[in-house]
Design a protein around this ligand. Structure first.
Ligand code: C2E
Ligand code: CA
Ligand code: CA
Length: 686
C-alpha cells in the first residue's frame, strides 16, 4: 500500500499535466505505469467508453475489456514487449467498443519518459480517434484501403500466407439508381456486417472504393476461401435478394507485393462479373495476360484509327442465288492487322471497337468504302448489291441516317444497292424505335437484314414485329444438315414462315456439296458460305467471281465439286492411317470447334484417360474437365498468331504442359490441343 502511495507521488506531476491538458484537447491522454500495469487517463474517456469510474486509474483487465476482442492479442503483446524492455514505444491501431457497443478505430501512441534499471517504467501517450478517421470509412466504420499497403507489407515480411478476397455487390449502380442511395448504403452495411460475422480473429475486413470490400484471409487455402465466399453469398442473397461476386489472389503463391496483389484480386473480380456474376474467380496469370492483351489491342486500334485507319481493310464474300448459283451481292467484312500480333479476328476486335465507342468511326469508314466498291462492281453487274454489317451502337446513333445517306451520295449509289445487316439481339426489342428507323431507311430504298437469325431471343416473334426485308439463317443450323434431319426441318419451317410474310431468306455457312444439295431443295432465296467462296480481297473477288458473273455463269460448278467431294472421301479414308499414328503417342491430342468447343477428334490415350469413347456432340470441357462451363483460362485470343500457345496446368499432383493452336479441320476453324504430362503422372497409370 505504502509502495503504491509512493508510486502515485512519483507520478503526480504527470497526472497533473494530464488533467490540465486533457480538458482542452479531443484526444485522450494517458500515463501507463509499466511495472504496476496501471493506466491513468484524462477524464473525458469515461464519457465515451465503459471504464470503471472509481478512481483516476484502472488496471489491465478493465482496459482490455473495452478493446475489441479481435484486437486484444496485438495490444497485449505490445504491452508485454514494453514490460520486458524489448521496446520503449507504443504505436498501434485497434478498435475500442464505446458505451453504445459501436467499435471505434483509434490510434494509440506513447513514449517512455522514465526508466528503472534500463527498462521502461512510465509511458506517456495519447489515444486519438481523429488520426485514424482518414483511414476509416464513415459509412461502415471499417478501415479503408489506405491501410492495406502497410498490412500486407507486414504480412510479407512475416512470411504469412493467405488470400486477399475482393467482394462486390452485383449491379450496385442499378440498385442505387433504382432504389436510391440510402437503400444502397443499407446494402453496403449489410454486406459488411455479414462478412464481419463470418470472419475469424486473424482475418480482417476493409472497405475499398465503390461497392467493394477487401478481406485479408490469413492462413486460408483456396478451398477455405471458396467456402468463406459461399457462406457470404448465401447469407447476403437470403437477406437482401441481391448477389455478390468476388475475386481472390493468393499470397505469396500468386504474388508477393501489395500493389499486384490488389490488382490481381480486382482482375479476378472483373472476371467473375464478365462471366455472369454471382460467382468467385481465382486469379490466373493466363487470364491476366489475356486482359493485358486486350488493353494492348485497344491502344493499338485507337492508334490505327487516328492514323487514317492504318491496318484496316475490307474483305468481300459472295452471296449467290439458290436456284442457279449466280452471284447477286456480297457481304463486306471488316479486317484488321495488328503490328504487334498480326491478323486479329473481327470476333475479337469488333467488341473492342464497341466497348470504346470507336465502332461509330469504324462503321462510317466501312459504309463509305464498301459503297465505293459496290459502285465499281456495278459497272460489270448493274444490279450488284452490298450487305454491310451495323453494330447496335450505330443503330442507336442519332446521326446514322445522315451518315448512310452521305455515304450513298459520295459513292453515287441508289439506296436500293445496299442492305444493312443488324444482329438479332435483346437491344432490338425496342420495336417502335427500330421500326421507325427501318421505315425511314426503307423510304430511301435501303433494305434491312436480320443477321445470325435463330441464335438470339424470341426469333420467330421478330418476323411479326419488325419490318425487315431479309433474314440470314445462322450457320449453326446448316452444320451436319442431312435430308429429313432435325436441322433441315427447322430451316424449312423458318423459310416458310419468312416467305409467308414476304421476307427474303439467306442461308449462311454453306460449306459442302452435301449441304448445298439439301438446301437447294428447301428453296431459300440466296446462300452464302465457303462452298461458294471465302471472304476475299477486292482484287481476288473480282478475278474469282465478278468475271464469271459478267457472263451469267454460276460461280461454282456443282457437278465439278461433286467429283472433288468424292475424292475427298477417299482422302478421308487415308487419314485413318494418320489417326492410327496419333493413337500411338503418349500425349493426349484432341481437336474441337474453335467457337462451340464441340469435339471432333480425341486420340486413344485421351479416350482411355477420360473414359469417354463416344465423344460425338460433346464439348471438350465436358469430357476433359467434367464441367458444364468452358474453363476460365481458355482464351481463343492467344491463338490468333497461328503459333502454338503453351501453358502449364496442375491437376492434383500432376503437372501438364498444354500446347494449343488454331487449325482448319474439315474446313472448320478448330482448336488443336496437345497435352503432355511433364512428370510420371498419367503415364504411370496407363
Ligand atoms: P457475320 O456477320 O455473321 O459474318 C459471317 C462470318 O461467317 C464471317 O466471319 C465469315 O467469314 C464467316 N463465314 C462465312 N461463310 C462461312 C462458312 O461457310 N463457314 C464458316 N465456318 N464461316 C463462314 P468473320 O469475317 O470472321 O466475321 C465475324 C463477325 O464479325 C461477323 O459475323 C460480324 O458479326 C462481325 N463483323 C465483321 N465485319 C463487321 C463490320 O464491318 N461491322 C460489324 N458491326 N461487325 C462486323
Ligand atoms: Ca453479317
Ligand atoms: Ca451471320
Amino acid at each position: 500500500m505504502q509502495k503504491e502511495r509512493n508510486r502515485r507521488e512519483e507520478l503526480r506531476p504527470y497526472i497533473e499535466i494530464l488533467s490540465f491538458w486533457g480538458e482542452s484537447i479531443e484526444d485522450y491522454l494517458f500515463v501507463f505505469d509499466v511495472e504496476q500495469q496501471q493506466f491513468y487517463f484524462s477524464s473525458c474517456i469515461w464519457e465515451k467508453y465503459p471504464l470503471p469510474f472509481m478512481d483516476i486509474s484502472f488496471g489491465m483487465e478493465d482496459w482490455i475489456s473495452v478493446i475489441d476482442i479481435r484486437d486484444r492479442n496485438r495490444m497485449v503483446n505490445n504491452l508485454e514487449e514494453l514490460k520486458t524492455g524489448q521496446t520503449d514505444q507504443i504505436n498501434l491501431e485497434y478498435r475500442m467498443i464505446d458505451r453504445k457497443g459501436v467499435s471505434v478505430w483509434v490510434n494509440c501512441i506513447g513514449k517512455c519518459v522514465s526508466y528503472d534499471d534500463g527498462k521502461p517504467s512510465i509511458i506517456v501517450g495519447n489515444i486519438s480517434e481523429n488520426v485514424v478517421s482518414k483511414k476509416i470509412d464513415q459509412l461502415t466504420g471499417l478501415q479503408n484501403q489506405t491501410v492495406l499497403e502497410g498490412i500486407f507489407q507486414e504480412a510479407f515480411q512475416k512470411d504469412e500466407t493467405g488470400y486477399f478476397l475482393v467482394v462486390g455487390i452485383d449491379d450496385f449502380k442499378n440498385v442505387n439508381d433504382k432504389y436510391g442511395r440510402k437503400y444502397g448504403d443499407e446494402q453496403l452495411k449489410k454486406l459488411a456486417e455479414i462478412i464481419d460475422k463470418n470472419l475469424d480473429y486473424d482475418s480482417q475486413l476493409y472497405r475499398l472504393d465503390g461497392d467493394k470490400f477487401g478481406v485479408n484471409l490469413v492462413g486460408y487455402t483456396q478451398e477455405n476461401t471458396r467456402a468463406f465466399y459461399e457462406r457470404i453469398k448465401m447469407d447476403f442473397s437470403i437477406q437482401t435478394y441481391s448477389t455478390v461476386s468476388a475475386g481472390a489472389a493468393g499470397y505469396p503463391m500468386d504474388v508477393n507485393n501489395y500493389h499486384n496483389l490488389y490488382q490481381y484480386a480486382e482482375d479476378a473480380l472483373n472476371q467473375s462479373k464478365q462471366q455472369g456474376k454471382n460467382k468467385l474467380s481465382f486469379f490466373s496469370l493466363d487470364n491476366y495476360k489475356g486482359h493485358l492483351f486486350f488493353i494492348d489491342l485497344k491502344e493499338e486500334i485507337l492508334e490505327s484509327i487516328k492514323n487514317n485507319f492504318e491496318g484496316f481493310y475490307i474483305y468481300y464474300q459472295p452471296v449467290v442465288k439458290n436456284e442457279d448459283g449466280t452471284l447477286v451481292k456480297s457481304e463486306a467484312l471488316m479486317r484488321w492487322r495488328s503490328k504487334q500480333y498480326g491478323e486479329i479476328s473481327p470476333v475479337v476486335f469488333i467488341p473492342i471497337l464497341e466497348q470504346t465507342g470507336l465502332i461509330l468511326e469504324a462503321g462510317k469508314w466501312i459504309l463509305q468504302n464498301a459503297m465505293k466498291q459496290c459502285h465499281a462492281w456495278r459497272e460489270f453487274i448493274p444490279n450488284f448489291r452490298m450487305n454491310i454489317n451495323l453494330s447496335y451502337i450505330q443503330l442507336k446513333d442519332k446521326k446514322l441516317m445522315e451518315i448512310v445517306l452521305d455515304a450513298l451520295n459520295k459513292a453515287d449509289l441508289p439506296g436500293s444497292a445496299i442492305i444493312l445487316e443488324v444482329t438479332e439481339s435483346i437491344q432490338l426489342q425496342d420495336y417502335s424505335y427500330f421500326n421507325l428507323l427501318f421505315y425511314q431507311l426503307n423510304k430511301k430504298g435501303i433494305q434491312i437484314s436480320i443477321d445470325d437469325f435463330g441464335t438470339g431471343y424470341s426469333s420467330l416473334g421478330y418476323l411479326k414485329e419488325l419490318r425487315v426485308d431479309e433474314i440470314k439463317i445462322d450457320r449453326c443450323f446448316v452444320k451436319s444438315i442431312q435430308e429429313g434431319g432435325y436441322n433441315s426441318h427447322l430451316i424449312k419451317n423458318m423459310i416458310e414462315l419468312a416467305h409467308s410474310v414476304n421476307i427474303r431468306v439467306c442461308v449462311e455457312g454453306v460449306e459442302t456439296i452435301e449441304e448445298r444439295t439439301v438446301l437447294k431443295k428447301l428453296s431459300p432465296d440466296v446462300i452464302q458460305g465457303y462452298y461458294f467462296g471465302k471472304p476475299e480481297t477486292p482484287d481476288n473477288f473480282f478475278q474469282k467471281f465478278i468475271t464469271k458473273a459478267k457472263n451469267g455463269e454460276p460461280i461454282v460448278d456443282d457437278g465439278e465439286r461433286k467429283v472433288v467431294s468424292e475424292n475427298n472421301n477417299l482422302l478421308k479414308k487415308n487419314s485413318k492411317n494418320y489417326q492410327n499414328l496419333l493413337d500411338e503417342l503418349d500425349d493426349i491430342i484432341y481437336v474441337c470447334d474453335a467457337e462451340t468447343y464441340e469435339l471432333y477428334y480425341i486420340n486413344k490415350l485421351g479416350k482411355k484417360l477420360t473414359g469417354v469413347f463416344d465423344y460425338s456432340g460433346k464439348k471438350c470441357y465436358e469430357v476433359f474437365q467434367k464441367d458444364k462451363q468452358i474453363c476460365a483460362d481458355c482464351h481463343k485470343e492467344y491463338l490468333v498468331t497461328g503459333t502454338f500457345h503453351t501453358k502449364v496446368k496442375r491437376k492434383k499432383e500432376v503437372e501438364f504442359l498444354i500446347k494449343e493452336k488454331l487449325i482448319v479441320w474439315d474446313g472448320k476453324q478448330s482448336r488443336l490441343v496437345i497435352v503432355t504430362d511433364t512428370g510420371e503422372g498419367y503415364k504411370s497409370r496407363t
